[in-house]
Write a protein that binds this ligand. Structure first.
Ligand code: NDP
Length: 445
């Protein structure tokens, strides 16, 4: 890659993602001295410069406790707003003019996927694509066929090393740290296999619902929204051999496609009444499934996956259940290793100690470390990832091959054969014997 980017062009600057994540990340990069370049917002809405600055102010105020006025002023002074249609060459001419002498712009497509081809076409037609890099947001397609078509569109416009596919889970310190914990500890490294591990449970749960975006969600569902990308990425990091991206792809290739028989869909009470949802929607707001991985390390070990909305907690947590000890005392429970990957990230281990008193029995007790307390504040995923893309670093981005593998794995449960069952809000999904882990899901920490 030919050096750090020298401008950011944010398509969809008026949108939800820009306000929630991208503008706060750009502000934080400015504050750290990592973003000394023009930032150009593009949208169809007829916003002027003042409106953009006001929106940026609001987004930053909502994201941080105290606004650093110097940093905010610096960011505001570099902002330009361009309003126009994505299908019109005039929009790209304006972008080109606003870029001025910038030679390595980073284009961020924070727009609905249906508009990607228009924008990629506009960037290509104007010659901007040839000197730029592009960040693309999930969903990377709707299924294997559309993901392949998107890959062809992107490759037709940008060199592969200039395409950055964001799965923001890969930018989370705790997710990236899975391999550091696995491979960096003699206590864990030798037991991380079918010899010692009984099953792995991965939960990505949200207490909240569609947050006003039911129309969007209804065309997606829990599998496309989080299982195909975030949950499978976490599974790959848990299951891969040491060795980086090639090993991550290798283990994804050894994951069997999910089967309808081992999959349960749910839909929370009242979902169908939300604005934007089809009256007889069969979209799943909950999914639970069992993943099988055909490697020597994991043959026979089930990876139980579940994800959904309006569940009992907001948490992303992995629970690894070890096999029982050979000479366990009465009262002992299998060791559990917990990796908390979301807010309040950390690590827990359940370990057996002697029950006090005259009887010879064990009692499982928890050890727990909260990463925030011991490691201090860490950078937000979006901030880290945008910084990486500015530098042209691909390691924390999803590759085209990875994404296509993930679509292959989920394809059999996306053909309409699995229908959702109702569940109460605040529960853990529909009651479904047979598809739960043997012994049930462990309660989350
Ligand atoms: P929004 O629905 O908020 O749309 C972003 C902007 O795109 C809007 O402000 C609108 O701007 C423009 N837009 C909307 N519909 C159209 C259309 N039909 N044609 C052209 N422009 C349109 O999206 P988000 O900000 O939520 O998401 C942006 C991208 O990021 C999407 O690909 C989404 O899947 C992805 N994403 C979003 C997340 C989130 O939390 N929001 C999380 C992860 C990924 P205007 O009308 O002014 O042009």
């Amino acid at each position: 890659m030919d050096g750090r980017a020298d401008a950011v062009v944010l398509f969809g600057v008026t949108g939800d993602l820009a306000a929630k994540k991208l503008i706060p990340a750009l502000y934080e990069l400015t504050r750290r001295g990592r973003l000394d370049m023009p930032v150009i917002g593009v949208a169809r809405s007829a916003w002027d410069h003042e409106q953009l600055v006001r929106t940026v102010r609001k987004a930053v105020t909502e994201a941080v406790d105290v606004v650093d006025e110097d940093a905010f002023g610096a960011l505001a002074s570099r902002l330009t707003m361009i309003s126009g249609s994505y299908g019109s060459p005039a929009t790209y001419a304006q972008v080109s003019a606003a870029l001025g002498p910038a030679r390595r712009p980073l284009f961020y497509l924070a727009i609905p996927p249906a508009v990607f081809p228009d924008v990629v076409g506009g960037l290509t037609g104007s010659g901007l694509a040839a000197r730029g890099r592009v960040i693309v947001e999930k969903p990377f397609g709707h299924d294997l066929a559309s993901a392949t078509a998107l890959a062809v569109t992107l490759r037709g416009a940008f060199d592969p090393e200039r395409i950055f596919r964001i799965d923001h889970y890969l930018g989370k310190e705790a997710v990236e740290g899975i391999t550091a914990v696995r491979f960096g500890n003699r206590l864990l490294e030798p037991v991380w296999s079918r010899e010692h591990i009984d099953n792995v449970q991965i939960t990505l749960a949200e207490e909240f619902g569609t947050q006003g975006r039911a129309g969007f969600y209804d065309r997606s569902g829990a599998v496309r929204d989080v299982l195909q990308n975030h949950v499978l990425q976490v599974a790959a990091l848990l299951a891969m051999e040491p060795g980086g991206k090639a090993e991550e792809l290798h283990v994804l290739r050894r994951m069997r496609p999910l089967t309808p028989a081992a999959t349960v869909f749910g839909q929370y009470a009242g979902y169908a009444d939300e604005p934007g949802v089809a009256p007889v929607s069969t979209t799943e707001t909950f999914v639970a499934s069992t993943l099988r991985i055909d490697t020597r390390r994991w043959a026979g070990v089930p990876f139980h996956l579940r994800a959904g909305k309006h569940l009992g907690a907001t948490a992303t947590e992995v629970v690894v259940t070890l096999r029982p000890a050979t000479s366990a005392l009465p009262g002992a429970a299998p060791n559990l290793l917990r990796l908390r990957l979301g807010r309040g990230d950390g690590l827990g281990l359940t370990i057996n100690v002697k029950e006090p008193g005259g009887t010879v029995a064990a009692r499982p007790v928890p050890l727990d470390v909260d990463f925030g307390s011991v490691l201090g504040p860490r950078r937000e995923a979006y901030e880290r990832l945008i910084d990486d893309a500015l530098d042209g670093r691909q390691d924390r981005f999803a590759s085209e091959e990875t994404i296509l593998e993930e679509w292959r794995i989920v394809a059999p449960v996306l053909d309409g054969s699995v229908l959702p069952r109702p569940y109460e809000r605040g529960s853990w999904g529909p009651e479904t014997a047979g598809t739960r882990p043997t012994g049930g899901w462990h309660p989350l920490s």
